[in-house]
Design a protein around this ligand. Sequence first.
Ligand SMILES: Cc1ncc(COP(=O)(O)O)c(C=O)c1O
Length: 388
Amino acid sequence: MSVEFGRSIRPRWLLDPDVVFLNNGSFGATPIEVLQVQRQWQERFEREPVEFVGRHLHRELRAAAEVMAQFLGARGEDVVFVENATTGVNAVLRSLVPLLQPGDQVLTTSHVYNAVRQAMRYIAALARAEYVEVPVPFPIASGDQVVEAVRAALTERTRFALFDHVTSPTGIVFPVEKLIMLCKERGILVMIDGAHAPGMIPLTLSALGADWYTGNFHKWLFAPKGCAFLWTAPEYQTITHPVVISHGYGSGYIAEFDFTGTKDWSAYLSAPAGLEFFHQLGAERVYQYNRSLALYAQRVLAEAVGCPLPAPPEMIAYLAAVPLSPSHVRGWSAQQIHDWLFDERRIEVPVFTFGSDLLLRTASQVYNEPQEYQYLASVLCEWIARAD
Ligand SMILES: Cc1ncc(COP(=O)(O)O)c(C=O)c1O
């Protein structure tokens, strides 16, 4: 019999029952049973740390990477664990510096995650390259708008492009296949930031055509915090190095990434337990439940704030962002609105700044249910009524 989603499954997480938690997107939420597996790994390490690292760690990491790679539609030898997508992006950007000439352009879009924007600006400055951010609108009518904006911005000097698979502030799915093709036709190196994608969008990385892909297992695939991966196309593995250089330098991609100094490897080793949890719930059921909940959230929230749907259904996966109009915002900052919703109404939902707009973005995970978005919508209506 299949597990019921929504309120009845929520006790399988430690989530505070007094909070309406609509932000799985920021850090994910790890089920208790996966945390128990993580604890077992930690205890195994602590029993005999020297033996564990010396004789078992490499094999165990590779076994976990193999399982996760299969899920990603990739070969195990192309996948390494990193702490988070930010680290995956930084590893690639730092590795890129020797390839860049002064005046080259590194390009992304205005939907980029801010930490990634900063990392791109940093390496552009190091290499005396130019950071280019292509404006892409939100609200948006179609994925083609993204492709056309990027196409118009590519130049002879564009050397590297990074695109989000699922954008952070706006929560939309980018047409990464088309964006990759656009760049590859011009000989431009491409990285996809798939921070949200594993568990949200089925992936076949070996056929996608990107040069690098990073994604989190801790957001939507139930893994413990600090569990992500970097996939690298075979031809770029020798030039791709971790942010932290350690013993393995020069000994190959796997050796370099699998040991970057002493740390707690338990989150990586528990990634297969997160995947197992996902499969036990039923991958197809999870994809469908979360997506229909996100479409529902988008509809009720757009109605509440009085705007048309800001993105078409084909660009929605598990996140739904709606713009807050300046007349409703009445000078409040994103943080103030977030804090009011949390402190006064016990709703955990992020509010982001996007250009000059404020966006409220919900997430939908299997422990959420429609009533929670109805409640948020009614609170927004109440908040707006105060402004009118
Ligand atoms: C598109 C995107 N990239 C990168 C990140 C960073 O993820 P992490 O904090 O796990 O590094 C996020 C986090 O929300 C994101 O949405």
